[in-house]
Write a protein that binds this ligand. Sequence first.
Ligand SMILES: Nc1ncnc2c1ncn2[C@@H]1O[C@H](COP(=O)(O)OP(=O)(O)OP(=O)(O)O)[C@@H](O)[C@H]1O
Length: 264
Amino acid sequence: MSVVAAEVSKWAVRNVSFELPPGSVTALVGANGSGKSTLLNVLAGHLPADSGHTALAGRVAYVPQHKPMYRNFKVADVLQFGRRMNKVWDNDRADGWLDRFKVPRRLQIGDLSGGQRTHVTLALALGSRPDVLMLDEPLSELDPLARRKVMRELLTLVNDNGMTLVFSTHVVAEIGGVADRLLLLADGRLIVDGDTDELLEEHVLYTGPRVTEPPVEGRVVLAKHSKSQSSYLVRSGGTQIDEPWTARFVTLEELVVAHLERAA
Ligand SMILES: Nc1ncnc2c1ncn2[C@@H]1O[C@H](COP(=O)(O)OP(=O)(O)OP(=O)(O)O)[C@@H](O)[C@H]1O
């Protein structure tokens, strides 16, 4: 395993355990204040856990949500800084990232746009050739095209170098086809931990006449009722169902929202 959390507690985060295999891409999702940043900070060693322990294999790079950087540094100085601060430094990789996203080298950090600053912090993190890269809401300041391009480039690094990627996000629509694992936090507790494809296969939404019991066995994640209709999102249900009921798989976004609604 390249990332292990064992019964980690810190502030709102309570007893969180999971294991992430090398080369996996994990999306960490949860409502505001659910503990995503706290958990990432503990994993990165920036905060001590109150209890439990973590283990990360290899070189670790972490880009926090607020991307702290010296505002008076020029972009070129940041690369220089990266070279001096890291035992392993891949300048071509860092420089290449800035090139691809057209970040002007002569400007000071304080004069860059939010998105450009994001690219500088990503270049700095990637230049250290991490085995584990953790990003706290990396896409929040990027335009829609840049968001796609960044994820594509990061996935290429995962595929080519076996890097393990963990990122927190609120944009669940963007994790489909990107993340192969999902960690869902609610109120500091881990309510979903699994392979995204398996989770999608396990969750089935049944819609039919209004009833008080679901039409199949399985764990009901969420039930909704209107005047004449009921719908049940069931985990570990099957798709075989008699009329007038219909069954369909859900999107990752629907799955996440249902679990969050249930936990709220
Ligand atoms: N120094 C602290 N002492 C105690 N609790 C804290 C401290 N700092 C943060 N918290 C609490 O920890 C909880 C989790 O915050 P955290 O920033 O980890 O959530 P988050 O999921 O990243 O939220 P968001 O999506 O809004 O960024 C919040 O309730 C926050 O108030």
